[in-house]
Design a protein around this ligand. Structure first.
Ligand SMILES: Nc1ncnc2c1ncn2[C@@H]1O[C@H](COP(=O)(O)OP(=O)(O)O)[C@@H](O)[C@H]1O
Ligand SMILES: [Mg+2]
Length: 148
């Protein structure tokens, strides 16, 4: 697996803080990229995507909901297309292929934000960045971004 060469850490104490960090990360990691969002349920991965989509003008925060059952949600601005994936319910590489992961990842000017992408070696292999989110206590969260 290709190593990550860059790393940045953040800490936040509120949802608003996470949304603000999403803006910074959105600038740091420009499309085209595949970003794996790692962390337990409730860590704040979907919340981060809300801020990210809003930061790029691809949608409003409240439009962004978890794609747990739908698997893929799409957002777009004139400049960038965003796919928000949640692979929690997927079990096999075959299901991933049926979902069209490779095709989505190959689209130009596209950002793929993939929750639970770390379940699949093929997604980790394809990733350009990883963001680890950890719930520390109450509303406190840490974020570790690694990219190349
Ligand atoms: N600092 C924070 N950042 C993100 N979410 C937070 C924070 N503090 C509390 N929360 C709450 O934690 C939950 C995170 O949920 P969600 O973003 O769906 O997580 P995940 O997608 O990782 O399962 C939400 O209910 C949110 O309101
Ligand atoms: Mg989620």
């Amino acid at each position: 697996m290709r190593p990550y060469t860059r790393e940045k850490r953040f800490k936040t104490r509120s949802v608003a803080g996470t949304l603000a960090i999403a803006e910074t990360i959105a600038e740091m990691l420009a499309a085209p990229r595949v970003v794996v969002l790692r962390g337990e349920l409730g860590a704040g991965k979907t919340t981060l995507v809300k801020g990210w989509v809003a930061a790029l003008g691809a949608g409003a925060e409240e439009e962004v909901t978890s794609p747990t059952f739908t698997l893929v949600h799409e957002y777009a601005s004139p400049r960038v297309k965003m796919y928000h994936l949640d692979l929690y319910r997927l079990e096999t590489e075959r299901e991933l292929a049926t979902l069209g992961f490779e095709e989505l990842a190959a689209e130009p000017a596209t950002l793929l934000l993939v929750e639970w992408g770390d379940k699949f070696p093929s997604v980790l292999e394809r990733a350009d960045a990883e963001i680890w989110m950890t719930a520390l206590q109450a509303e406190e969260r840490s974020l570790e971004v690694r990219w190349r």
